[in-house]
Every structure is written in C-alpha cells, then in structure tokens.
Design a protein around this ligand. Structure first.
Ligand code: DSN
Length: 415
C-alpha cells in the first residue's frame, strides 16, 4: 500500500502515511478499540464523497446533488438494520461520543441525572466524567463493579438507582471484559422510571455477529462505534425505536452536528456489507476465542486479570499483585518498544492515576483480522510476560521484537 498521489504533492505527509502502514504491519495492534478495516473500506473513506455536503437525511436534504449521498446513507442504514434489527438507525454521528451526545441532547436537560459506570471500573469519558461535557452539564453518579469479582454489581446498581432516581442509566463499557446482562439493567431502569442507554462501542461487531447478547429491543437507545470490532468506516451510530426516531435525528442534525461525513458513511455501508457475510460471525467468534487464549496465557504466567478472564475481545490486567513496581505506563512503553502496542489502563480500585495507571488493557480484534489464532495469542501472552517481567532489559525487548516480526510476517496485513 503506497500513497503515490499524496507523495507527488506532499512527501512529508506521504512519509507519515506510509510509516503508519508499516507501523501497523510490523507491530501488534492490541489497543482493544482498534482494528484493521479492509481495503474496500479504506477506498470508500478516501472517496469523492468527502467533498459532499448533505445536511439532512436521505430524501430530505438541504443541498442539491445528493443522489449518491442518499444512496450510500440508505445502504448504510438498511444494512445496519439487517445486522442489528433496530427500528430506527442514524449513521451520521461522527464518533461514538457524538452518538451518546445525541441521546443526551434529545432526552435529558442540563441538571438532569445520569447514572453510569465509573471510568476506572470500565466506563467511558462520555458517560459522565467531570472532564467531559456530560460531567459538566448533568448531575452524575457512578456505579461500580464488585471489588471482589470484577463483575458488574447488578444489585448494587439497583440500590444506587433506587436512591439516586436517575433520568438515564448508561450501560455498555470501554474496559469491561464480561458479558453484559442488558435485561437486568433494563429492569433497574424500569423500576426507577429511567431511560436506558446501552453504549456498545467496543462490542458493536460482537453484537452484530450474534456472539454477544444484543441490547437492541431491550434498551431505549443503543449507541456504538463503527470502526472497532465491527471493522467498518470510522464513526458512530445510534439505534432506537420509532418512538424516539425524530428526537434522535434532530439531536444529531441539526442539534449536534452539521454536514455528515459522507465518505465515512460510505465506509460504514461497505463495512456493514462485509459484516453481513457469514465469515464475519466466524471472525467475531475467533476474536473472543483469541482473547480467552491470551487471558489464559497471561493468567498462567502469574498476571491478575480483572474478573479472572474474559467473555469478549479484551483482557484487563491489574499489575499491582504480580508487578507492584511496574505501572501500566511503564508496561505500555516497554511493550511498544518490543512491537506490542496496547494501553495502560485504570483498573477497579485504582490507586495510581489515569496518566500512569495500574493496569494494561489488551484486545484481539486487530490480531484476529490479520489471522492470528489461539496458539498465536498464547505466544503473544508469553511475549507480553517476558517484557513486563523485565521492562528495562534491552536484550529481552530486542528478542521479543524479533519474535513479533516473525508473527507479523506469518500474518500479513494490507499486502
Ligand atoms: N478510545 C476508545 C477506547 O480506547 O476505548 C474509546 O473511545
């Protein structure tokens, strides 16, 4: 993959673009929210639709010349409907956070109450963190996972909701390795007369493939990212029932956004078509099997996993027991040097800071896309162990880097 046309105009950017392709090819992308989209999705995202303004929705635009924009957006909507079974779908949010923003903007007023999972327990900034607009505009309280098990504390959530009486309960997480029982959270929401927003950003692909239970038809609103496990064009999506369709559409545009990113919506349409292929279910199932294999390998090597393992595409490692002197930031840095790219992450009961937390989060969506199997992921678990055991040992890092290069060559990307 080269960028000849960019190079002719701008060698500096071409160097960076090609450097990024090489970086992705030659190291292991294990940030749990990342993936490698197909060349077809890349092609759609790099299309002439980037030039088009198409404020409005298919058939009801504020500008002329929207016939192809309409076609592409309707395809994205129809395919998402087939994947998820939602009554109403909006594919225009520029990101998962913008999808969440649309739900809040449509359904709650400043000062209203949001109950969501604490960021250090696996939640997301856009669920009410003080640094995010949600934490500044709304009254937010947060629930937690059970400190003993690392699993969601559904009874604690019910008690908290009864006391706080939120207007909206947010479920769906960024660093929670276990299956989510949507109905139990919906029951809590029903009991306190709250709306329920299920943010499936990380697991959109697992839900689409049917390898994780779906909140569609359970929660009032389902938001997601479209470039993570579902591997389509970059951005967000909102799904809801017909009852809230107009409110959500108005909150996305003109409420929160201007012109939709039509080239990204084309990428969503193409990625959703790929996700409708039978092979996508196999991909999603292998992503989970690979995460389980990675988790087992890390556990056998002495690491503590939050909740003891995983049911989805990620593992969350708490380094405090096994490596008390190594922070998540130290581990992230040493692993990156060795060609393994993941992120330091806060863990439940965090005792350090978000900038230098106590854990690492590792995901398998990208590795699975490039063909890694369970044995490969066990090997990756061993490589991670060697680096985190000796983060300052250059010889170990060099050895691991060489083994990573072999794995990358065996599982090529964008060839
Ligand atoms: N940045 C994403 C993640 O890593 O979870 C969420 O937006």
């Amino acid at each position: 993959m080269n960028h000849d046309q960019v190079r002719e105009v701008d060698p500096a950017v071409a160097d960076a673009l090609e450097g990024e392709v090489d970086r992705q090819r030659e190291s292991l992308q294990m940030i749990a929210s990342e993936n490698h989209v197909s060349e077809a999705v890349l092609d759609a995202q790099g299309s002439a639709l980037t030039n088009k303004y198409a404020e409005g929705y298919p058939g009801e635009r504020y500008y002329g010349g929207c016939e192809y924009a309409d076609e592409v957006e309707q395809l994205a909507i129809d395919r998402a409907a087939e994947l998820f079974g939602a009554e109403h779908i909006n594919v225009q949010p520029h990101s998962g956070t913008q999808a969440n923003q649309a739900v809040y903007f449509a359904m709650v007023e400043p000062g209203d109450k949001i109950l969501s999972l604490d960021l250090t327990h696996g939640g997301h900034l856009s669920h009410g963190h003080p640094a995010n607009f949600t934490g500044q505009l709304y009254e937010v309280e947060q629930y937690e996972v059970d400190p003993e098990t690392g699993y969601l504390d559904y009874d604690g959530l019910a008690d908290h909701a009864a006391e706080f009486e939120p207007d909206i309960i947010v479920s769906g997480y960024s660093a929670y390795p276990r299956e989510i029982e949507w109905e139990r959270i919906q029951t809590v929401a029903n009991d306190v007369d709250a709306l329920h927003l299920a943010d499936i950003a990380h697991i959109t692909g697992l839900v689409a493939a049917g390898v994780h239970p779906s909140p569609v038809g359970v929660a009032d609103f389902v938001t997601g990212s479209t470039h993570k496990t579902i591997r389509s064009g970059r951005g967000g999506i909102v799904m809801t029932s017909d009852e809230y369709a107009d409110d959500i559409d108005a909150a996305v545009f003109p409420g929160g956004q201007g012109g939709p990113l039509m080239h990204n919506i084309a990428g969503k349409a193409v990625g959703f078509k790929e996700a409708l292929e039978p092979s996508f279910e196999d991909y999603a199932a292998r992503t989970i099997a690979n995460a389980k294999a990675l988790g087992e390998s890390l556990s056998e090597n002495g690491f503590s996993l939050v909740s003891g393992g995983t049911d989805n595409h990620l593992v969350l490692v708490d380094l405090r027991d096994s490596h008390p002197d190594t922070t998540g930031g130290d581990a992230e840095e040493a692993l990156e040097e060795a060609g393994i790219v993941l992120n330091g992450n806060t863990v439940p009961g965090e005792t350090r800071s978000a900038f230098d937390p106590s854990g690492i989060r590792a995901g398998t969506p990208g590795l699975t896309t490039r063909g890694f199997d369970e044995d490969d992921c066990r090997t990756v678990g061993d490589l991670i162990t060697r680096v985190v055991d000796s983060p300052d040992d250059e010889a170990v890092i060099e050895d691991v880097r060489e083994e990573v290069a072999v794995l990358c060559e065996e599982n090529p990307l964008y060839d």
